[in-house]
Design a protein around this ligand. Structure first.
Ligand code: ARG
Length: 563
């Protein structure tokens, strides 16, 4: 039942057609505090037509409005405030959540349309950075949200697996590397060789020449070069997969930059045909002045293609392969200009579907207020973060619930969940400073707090003996339950908002609100008291557990039953 529509209907009747239901719906507000009711109509929107003082219109409207089904309708100043009938409302919402379970909040906004999501996309032979972690968890949550509203997400790990750096890596490996080292700890050792290359080539410029040659060999399909490259890629991906496994994230495609090697000629040909390719100091560019953007550099003087050329090929490939309704790129805000250029070039090529490409930017993670960088050694290693978070979670569990079964498993879910939740709870565009202790707290606006609230709800249900809930007895009159009931009802619109803004934080914030409201209710009520409303109260507890768990799932966070 849509209560807002019901409010609009009774107003429409009372104003004798002076406003349409649509206009009324657009004007109805949700008051900030509960003592002003659940919905409010600003009567002053009628003052011009009726030529009366708004206060007077408000009180006259209250007289005319059919109040059946409302707890009360009253005029406060120029507003008409509507208070919903709590018993009716609780019956409606609880029976809905009870019958739908984890499908509560599902809706059909996408009609099954494909949405490729370019996410994670770390670079081979380099550690996965906190930026890549952000892309991974934001992308994953968007995929889960899109799926909930009936889009078909396609998660693509656009690996950084091509470029001149592979020439350098091959030279470095051949000079200083060993197979055992790479096997034992691929990413750190490959990084070590790469760093050494840069240290030595300062005094040894012929190293650069060699690297160029090796990259050329790689591009020409030289067997040895290809074999090494493939191996570096595999070993790195194995490592990345360890992190993905811990985060419980899978991909539909690992087609990275190299995949587009044989698809770029078509792009340069098309650009040529359409007369878009211009020469500039030996290089080939597409002029984007009319978009107020710098020219896009398509091919370098030596004929090498670039990051954007590969992205053009990838965009076209995705369009042809997936016939997408939207195509998302979850990539840090520092690449905003790149994606503007990408869209502009596609637009120039005459592809109107470029309008369906959306860059989903996010802010930086800093440490001690400073930017992280691999070069300067200011890195936060993802694996260490996850390990430390799990250790902290373990410690808290030892303190609070030492007899818990599956302690290890719960600590992993809480530690990893804490890191993911922390990343998603703020608007993605905000930068934030990483502080592990804050991330893993059981109190405050953290993942563990939401998980803990869910576990508490589950424990109440266990205490009640996991009763069969009666769906015909769901009326709650206790005003203490009101905030929780209202929040439960707001879940579907929350999901919708998160999708339309590509903003998982909307769901994370919602989960915190719901957990807080529920904990407050719990502190004030005797849920297990044997009276007429016990069944309804337990259904409320069950509904909260269902909705918290589903909110966490949409963020990619697990909800243990006990903690
Ligand atoms: N590998 C790139 C980086 O680490 C991110 C790739 C993003 N995706 C894309 N299609 N450009 O910066």
């Amino acid at each position: 039942m849509d209560y807002k529509v019901k409010v609009a209907q009774v107003i429409e009747q009372a104003v004798d057609g002076k406003l349409s239901q649509e206009d009324i719906l657009a004007k109805i507000e949700k008051p900030k505090t509960l003592n002003l009711g659940d919905y409010a109509f600003p009567a002053f929107v009628l003052s011009k037509v009726l030529r009366k003082a708004p206060q007077m219109i408000a009180s006259e409207l209250v007289e005319k409005i059919d109040q059946t089904g409302f707890e009360k309708v009253e005029a406060v100043g120029p507003y008409v405030n509507f208070f919903l009938d709590k018993k009716e409302f609780s019956k409606d919402i609880l029976s809905e959540v009870l019958s739908e379970g984890s499908a509560y909040g599902n809706q059909d906004l996408g009609h099954g349309g494909n949405v490729p999501i370019d996410m994670s996309s770390p670079n081979i032979a380099k550690p996965m950075s906190m930026g890549h972690l952000r892309s991974t968890v934001i992308g994953n949550s968007l995929a889960l949200l899109l799926e909930k509203v009936n889009y078909k997400p396609i998660k693509i790990d656009h690996l950084g697996d091509w470029g001149t750096q592979f020439g350098k890596l091959i030279v470095a490996y051949k000079l200083w590397g060993s197979e055992e080292e790479v096997k034992a700890d691929p990413i750190n050792n490959l990084l070590k060789y790469y760093v050494r290359f840069h240290e030595e080539d300062v005094n040894n410029p012929e190293l650069d020449e060699e690297a160029r040659e090796w990259f050329k060999k790689l591009e020409d399909g030289d067997e040895e070069a290809l074999k090494l490259w493939k191996w570096f890629r595999e070993e790195s991906l194995k490592k990345f997969t360890e992190v993905y496994d811990r985060l419980n994230i899978t991909f539909d495609s690992y087609n990275g930059e190299a995949f587009y090697n044989d698809k770029m000629d078509e792009i340069t040909d098309l650009l040529q045909e359409k007369g878009l390719l211009k020469e500039s100091q030996g290089a080939e560019i597409v002029d984007l002045e009319k978009y107020d953007l710098n020219p896009a550099l398509i091919r370098k003087t030596d004929g090498a293609t670039l990051y954007i050329t590969r992205d053009l090929a990838a965009a076209l490939y995705r369009y042809r392969t997936y016939d997408f309704v939207q195509s998302l790129y979850v990539v840090g805000q520092e690449q905003t200009n790149h994606f503007k250029q990408l869209k502009a070039v596609l637009k120039e090529m005459g592809y109107d579907w470029s309008d369906d490409i959306h860059h989903i930017p996010f802010g930086l993670i800093t440490s001690g207020g400073k930017k992280l960088s691999t070069r300067s050694g200011r890195v936060i290693l993802l694996e260490e973060v996850l390990d430390d978070a799990v250790k902290l979670a373990n410690k808290q569990i030892e303190e609070k619930n030492p007899n818990l079964a599956d302690k290890e498993e719960v600590a992993e879910a809480v530690g990893v969940g804490a890191v993911v939740f922390h990343d998603l709870k703020n608007e993605r565009i905000n930068s934030f400073d990483f502080n592990l202790d804050e991330v893993v707290r059981f109190e405050g606006e953290t993942g563990p707090y939401v998980q803990y609230s869910h576990a508490r709800a589950m424990s109440i249900l266990r205490k009640a003996g996991d009763l069969e809930l009666d769906s015909d007895n769901l009326e709650i009159s206790d005003p203490e339950a009101w905030q929780t009931l209202r929040l439960l009802a707001a879940f579907p619109e929350t999901v919708k908002k998160a999708v339309s803004e590509y903003e998982p934080s909307v769901v994370a914030k919602y989960a915190i609100h719901l957990a807080k409201a529920f904990n407050k209710y719990y502190a004030h009520s005797r849920i297990l008291n044997d009276d007429a409303e016990k069944n309804a109260r337990l259904t409320l507890v069950q509904s909260v557990a269902t909705t918290l768990k589903e909110s966490l799932r949409l963020l990619g966070v697990k909800a243990p039953n006990e903690m």
